[in-house]
Write a protein that binds this ligand. Structure first.
Ligand code: C2O
Length: 570
C-alpha cells in the first residue's frame, strides 16, 4: 500500500513544528556570586550583601518553556540560599530554595547549582535570598516572556521596565533581625523604600541617583512592578497617569484600569501605561499601606521619574520639580480592597469544584510570656512578653540537621511531624477580643500531608491577636485561585455564596484582608515539600509559616526528581 503523500506532508508539518517548539526552548546559564559589596545609600556606605556586586541583583529574562541553570557561589559570611519566587518547580523542589525546607543553606565558601524549567507561566516573577533577612538586598527580577512566536494578550508595549520596590535599612539587616530575636521586641522599621535600589528625591543624599524611566509621547509601555520589600505592603502610583493591570504573579488577568496599585511583599503586578499627558516629568511613587493599628512603620515615600524625552526644555530644568501624585492614606484599606477585588482571570478558570481537603488556617501574631527568671533584656515585647506568630496555633520552627524535603524523600525520622492541624485546634472569635490564654502558640515543625492530586480548599483567616493586619500569604510550588475574600470571621453559611468559581485570579501570594479572610483553591499536582508563609519577613521570623508535603503520584511524571549531587547538606 502506498502512503498518502498529503498525509505524509501533514505529518512532516506537525513533526517539524513540534521540533521547532522544542528547539526554541533555551537553557540560560548564570553565575550568581553572593558577596559583600560597598553600597552607598542615605549618605553612608555600607558593606552590603549583593549578587555579583549589584543591588538589586541581575534581571533574568527568559521565555516560557526555557530552563535556567544558575550556579550560586556564596562568598558572604552568612548562610545563603536563593528562592525563585513563584516558579512552580514542577518535580524540581530541590531547586526551590527556602533554607531547611528544600535544602540546607549554602555555607560561606560553598556553592549550589539551581536547575529548573519555566512551565506555563508568563509575566513577572522575581528571585530572592531565603535565609534570615538576606533578601533585604539579595533580590532581582525574573521576566518571563511568551514562547518565541507567541505574543502577549495585549498590544505589544514599546518598552518594558521592571520596577523593584524595596526597603533599605541604615543598619545591617541581619543585625536588625538578630537584635529583634534576642530582645523579643519588634524589629526596627526600614529607613527608606527604594525603586530599583534607589530611594529617590525625597531622601537625603539620594536625588542624584533617582531612577529615570524614559518615555516618548504617545507610546504605551509595560511596567513590571514587584514588591520586594521585607515587611511592608505598598501603594504605588504614577502622577497623572492611568495604569491598566494586565498581569500579576506571572498570570495574565482581565485588564482593568486604576490609578493606584497595592502590592504585598512577594506580589508582582504588570501594568500598561500610555504616555498621553503633557510632555514633562512625573513622579512614580510608592509608600506604605499600613493596616495594623498603632504599629510603627516606615512612613517615607520613594520616587522615580517618568521622563517624557520630548519634554520641552523648561520642564527638563531640574529646578522644576516633577509632578507629585496623591497617594492613598497609610490606612486606606478601602482602596487596597477595591484594588484586590478587581482581579479576574482572563477566561473561565480551571478552579476545582469538588474538594478533597477542606482546610481552615488561622494566621496572626502571638505574645509569649517570658519564662520566670528570664532577663528583662530578652523580654522587650509588649508588657514584658516576646513577639511570636503562628498558623493554627503552631509557631513554625525550621529543622536544623536535615531539610524537610530531604527528610521526607529519604524517610529520615525525627525531623518533622505530620500533625499540622487542618482546622484551628480551638475555635474562637478570631477577629474579636481574643483572650490572653489563646495568644501563646505552640512551637513545632509540623507539616500537613496531601495526596497527589488532592483538590484543596483553604480558608486563610486573619486573627486580631495583638493587632489585626493584612498578611501577604505565599505558597511555594503552586499558583492558587483566590475565590473570595472578606472581613471579620469567615462564615461558611453565608460566605460560600460569594465564591467566584468562574474567573477568579491565579496568584502565588494572597493579600489576606486586615481582620478578614481569603479562600484559595488549588490541586496538589506538584510532589514535594512546599512552604506556606506570610511574606512579611518579620512574621516568618516569628513563625508564621507551615509546610505541605505533597506525596508522589503514579509514574515518573508525578514523582519528585532525585536530588542533585551538589545539594548542600547540613
Ligand atoms: Cu518569596 Cu518563601 O518566599
Amino acid at each position: 500500500m502506498e502512503a498518502n503523500p498529503i498525509c505524509l506532508g501533514l505529518l512532516f508539518l506537525i513533526f517539524s513544528s513540534t521540533m521547532a517548539a522544542i528547539s526554541n526552548a533555551k537553557t540560560h546559564y548564570h553565575d550568581f556570586v553572593i558577596q559583600a559589596t560597598p553600597v552607598k545609600r542615605l549618605c553612608k556606605t555600607h558593606s552590603t550583601i549583593t549578587v555579583n556586586g549589584m543591588y538589586p541583583g541581575p534581571t533574568l529574562e527568559v521565555n516560557n518553556g526555557d530552563t535556567l541553570v544558575i550556579n550560586v557561589v556564596n562568598r558572604a559570611r552568612y548562610n545563603a540560599t536563593i528562592h525563585w519566587h513563584g516558579v512552580r518547580q514542577m518535580r524540581t523542589g530541590w531547586a526551590d530554595g527556602p533554607e531547611f525546607v528544600t535544602q540546607c543553606p549554602i555555607r560561606p565558601g560553598g556553592s549550589y547549582t539551581y536547575r529548573f524549567t519555566i512551565q506555563g507561566q508568563e509575566g513577572t516573577l522575581w528571585w530572592h535570598a531565603h535565609s534570615s533577612w538576606l533578601r533585604a538586598t539579595v533580590y532581582g527580577a525574573l521576566i518571563i516572556r511568551p514562547k518565541e512566536g507567541d505574543s502577549y494578550p495585549f498590544p505589544k508595549p514599546r518598552r518594558e521596565t521592571p520596577l523593584l520596590l524595596g526597603e533599605w535599612w541604615d543598619a545591617n539587616p541581619i543585625d536588625v533581625v538578630r537584635q529583634a530575636t534576642r530582645t523579643g521586641a519588634a524589629p526596627n522599621v526600614s529607613d527608606a523604600y527604594t525603586i530599583n535600589g534607589q530611594p529617590g528625591d525625597l531622601y537625603n543624599c539620594s536625588s542624584k541617583d533617582t531612577i529615570i524611566v524614559p518615555v516618548d509621547s504617545g507610546e504605551t509601555n509595560l511596567l513590571r512592578i514587584i514588591n520586594s520589600g521585607l515587611n511592608q505592603q505598598l501603594f504605588f502610583t504614577v502622577a497623572n497617569h492611568k495604569l491598566t493591570v494586565v498581569g500579576a504573579d506571572a498570570s495574565y488577568v482581565k485588564p482593568f484600569t486604576t490609578t493606584v496599585l497595592m502590592l504585598g511583599p512577594g506580589q508582582t503586578t504588570d501594568v500598561l501605561i500610555t504616555a498621553d499627558q503633557l510632555p514633562a516629568r512625573y513622579y512614580i511613587a510608592a509608600r506604605a499601606y499600613a493596616s495594623a493599628q498603632g504599629a510603627p512603620f516606615d512612613n517615607t515615600t520613594t520616587t522615580a521619574i517618568l521622563d517624557y524625552k520630548s519634554a520641552p526644555c523648561p520642564a527638563k530644568d531640574v529646578s522644576v520639580k516633577p509632578v507629585m501624585p496623591n497617594l492613598p492614606a497609610f490606612n486606606d484599606t478601602a482602596t487596597a480592597t477595591a484594588f484586590s477585588k478587581s482581579f479576574r482571570s482572563p477566561r473561565k478558570a480551571l478552579v476545582p469544584t469538588e474538594i478533597d481537603e477542606n482546610l481552615f488556617f488561622t494566621v496572626g501574631l502571638g505574645l509569649n510570656n517570658c519564662p520566670i527568671g528570664s532577663s528583662p533584656a530578652n523580654c522587650q515585647g509588649p508588657n514584658g512578653t516576646r513577639f511570636t506568630a503562628s498558623m493554627n496555633n503552631v509557631s513554625f520552627v525550621l529543622p536544623s540537621s536535615f531539610s524537610l524535603l530531604q527528610a521526607h524523600q529519604q524517610g529520615i525520622p525525627g525531623v518533622f511531624t505530620t500533625d499540622f492541624p487542618g482546622v484551628p485546634p480551638v475555635k474562637f472569635d478570631y477577629t474579636g477580643n481574643v483572650s490572653q490564654s489563646l495568644q501563646q502558640p505552640v512551637p513545632g515543625t509540623k507539616v500537613y500531608k496531601l495526596k497527589y492530586g488532592a483538590r484543596v480548599q483553604l480558608v486563610i483567616q486573619g486573627t486580631s491577636i495583638f493587632t489585626a493586619e493584612n498578611h501577604p500569604i505565599h505558597l511555594h510550588g503552586y499558583d492558587f485561585y483566590i475565590i473570595a475574600e472578606g472581613f471579620g470571621n469567615f462564615d461558611p453559611n453565608k460566605d460560600t455564596a460569594k465564591f467566584n468559581l468562574v474567573d477568579p485570579p491565579l496568584r502565588n501570594t494572597a493579600s489576606v484582608p486586615v481582620g478578614g479572610w481569603s479562600v484559595i483553591r488549588f490541586v496538589a499536582d506538584n510532589p514535594g515539600v512546599w512552604l506556606m508563609h506570610c511574606h512579611l519577613d518579620v512574621h516568618i521570623t516569628w513563625g508564621l509559616a507551615m509546610a505541605f508535603i505533597v506525596e508522589n503520584g503514579v509514574g515518573e511524571l508525578e514523582t519528585l526528581e532525585l536530588p542533585p549531587a551538589d545539594l548542600p547538606l547540613c
